[in-house]
Design a protein around this ligand. Structure first.
Ligand code: GTQ
Ligand code: FE2
Length: 364
C-alpha cells in the first residue's frame, strides 16, 4: 500500500472504507483537489537566466571540465526553480547553453528527444546531422530531429556557446526516451561549403528540388535556417508600409518545413520575432510553454505582471498560461521555441489576448 490515505472525520464506517481504498491502491476523486483546475497551474515559474552569467559559467566549465569528462557534451541545463530540482526549463522543454572550445568535439549519438540549436554569437562549429555538416553561425537555427545521429566539432580557434532546446521532458513524460551512443570514432572534420540538406532544400524562396521525395519524414528536410534569410524576412515585413508589422512594430516569422509549411519538428515550433521601440505589444497567454532566447537588442519582457529587463544572450522560461508582453528599447530580436505543435495536434490549443497591457495582472 503506497497510495495516499484519506480520512473521514467522525464516521467510522466511512473511515474504514477509506482505509480499504488505500489498501487497494484506490483514491476517491471526491476527496481530491487541485486536479481539474479551472485553468492550468504550472509548477514551472516564469524565469529569466542572464546571458552574461551563462557565458561566464560556460567559459569556466570550459576551463575546468574536459568535454570527455562532462558526459560528452558541456551543457548547462536551465533548471526552473519551480520544478523541484529537475533539469527542465518548463514542463515540456529542456533549455541549455552548450560550450565547445577550440579543437573540441562532442561525439556522435542519437536520441528520441528532438533537439535544436540557436546560435547566439560567434561561428565556426559544425554539427553533423546524419553525417551532413551544418555550419553554425550567429542567428542560425540548426535542427537535430528525433533519432538523427549528431556530433559537434569546433575546428576553429575560438570557443562557441549556443542555446539548445529539446523536447526531453515531454518525451520523458511519455516514457519514450531512447538513446544510442555512436559506435564509430567521431567522423573526421567533414566540412563543406553547403550541407546536402541546404543544397537540396535551401535553394531559394519557393524553390524545391524536382521529383518526389522518397519518404516524407516527420520533420523539415531543411536542417539549417541561416540568419541572413531570417533577417531579410523580418525586415521585409516592415518595408511594406501597409503591413500589420509596420502598424504594430512587431514582425515575426515561423520556421517551417519548406515542403509542407508545417513546423520544423512535430513537437516544437520555432519563431523569430522583432519588436521595434515605441510600441507596446498587447499581452497574450497560451496553453503550453515556451522558451525565449534574446538574440539582439534590449527591452523588457513582462511575465504575469513582473518586468524582466532583457539583453542579448538572456534565456527566459514562459510556463503555460503566463501573461507575456514585450517593450522594446532597441529593436529586439527574439528567438522562441514552444510546444505549440503538440497542443494543436491534440486539440488543446488555447489562447487569451488583451489589447490593453494594463489589464495584465498577476494571476492568482
Ligand atoms: O548537443 O546533442 O543540451 O544530446 C542536451 C542533450 C544537447 C546535444 C543538450 C544533448 C545535446
Ligand atoms: Fe544530443
Amino acid at each position: 500500500m503506497a497510495t495516499r490515505r484519506f480520512h473521514a472525520a467522525d464516521d467510522s464506517a466511512l473511515s474504514d472504507l477509506y482505509g480499504d481504498f488505500a489498501e487497494k491502491d484506490l483514491q476517491p476523486l471526491w476527496e481530491l483537489t487541485g486536479l481539474l483546475t479551472h485553468t492550468p497551474k504550472p509548477k514551472a515559474v516564469p524565469y529569466r537566466w542572464r546571458g552574461k552569467e551563462l557565458r561566464e559559467l560556460g567559459e569556466r566549465a570550459g576551463d575546468l571540465v574536459p568535454v570527455e569528462g562532462g558526459g560528452d557534451r558541456r551543457v548547462l541545463a536551465l533548471a526552473n526553480p519551480g520544478l523541484g530540482g529537475a533539469p527542465y526549463a518548463t514542463a515540456t522543454l529542456w533549455g541549455a547553453v552548450q560550450y565547445l572550445g577550440p579543437g573540441e568535439t562532442a561525439p556522435a549519438h542519437r536520441h528520441t528527444p528532438a533537439a535544436l540549436r540557436f546560435v547566439l554569437e560567434g561561428e565556426g562549429v559544425w554539427t553533423l546531422v546524419d553525417g551532413d555538416p551544418l555550419h553554425m553561425a550567429a542567428g542560425d537555427l540548426i535542427l537535430t530531429p528525433s533519432w538523427t545521429w549528431h556530433e559537434h566539432h569546433n575546428p576553429g580557434a575560438d570557443p562557441m556557446t549556443w542555446f539548445d532546446a529539446l523536447d526531453l521532458p515531454l518525451v520523458e513524460a511519455l516514457d519514450a526516451v531512447f538513446f544510442e551512443p555512436g559506435r564509430e570514432p567521431a567522423a573526421s572534420n567533414n566540412t563543406v561549403v553547403r550541407s546536402a540538406s541546404e543544397s537540396r532544400y535551401g535553394g531559394g524562396p519557393g524553390l524545391l528540388p524536382g521529383g518526389q521525395p522518397s519518404e516524407a519524414p516527420a520533420h523539415s528536410p531543411l536542417l539549417r535556417y541561416q540568419w541572413a534569410d531570417t533577417d531579410r524576412a523580418l525586415s521585409g515585413q516592415f518595408t511594406d508600409q501597409s503591413s500589420e508589422a509596420a502598424d504594430t512594430g512587431h514582425a515575426y516569422v515561423r520556421f517551417a518545413d519548406p515542403t509542407s509549411g508545417r513546423d520544423v519538428m512535430p513537437t516544437m515550433r520555432c519563431e523569430m520575432h522583432r519588436y521595434l521601440p515605441g510600441h507596446t505589444a498587447p499581452g497574450v497567454r497560451r496553453a503550453g510553454s515556451s522558451l525565449i532566447a534574446v538574440f539582439r537588442g534590449a527591452g523588457v519582457v513582462i511575465l504575469d505582471g513582473t518586468a524582466h529587463h532583457i539583453t542579448p544572450g538572456d534565456l527566459v522560461a514562459v510556463p503555460s498560461w503566463t501573461w507575456v508582453t514585450y517593450i522594446a528599447e532597441e529593436p529586439l530580436d527574439l528567438f522562441t521555441v514552444s510546444d505549440a505543435p503538440v497542443l494543436e495536434a491534440l486539440g488543446l490549443r488555447r489562447e487569451h489576448g488583451t489589447a490593453d497591457p494594463s489589464q495584465i495582472t498577476p494571476s492568482a
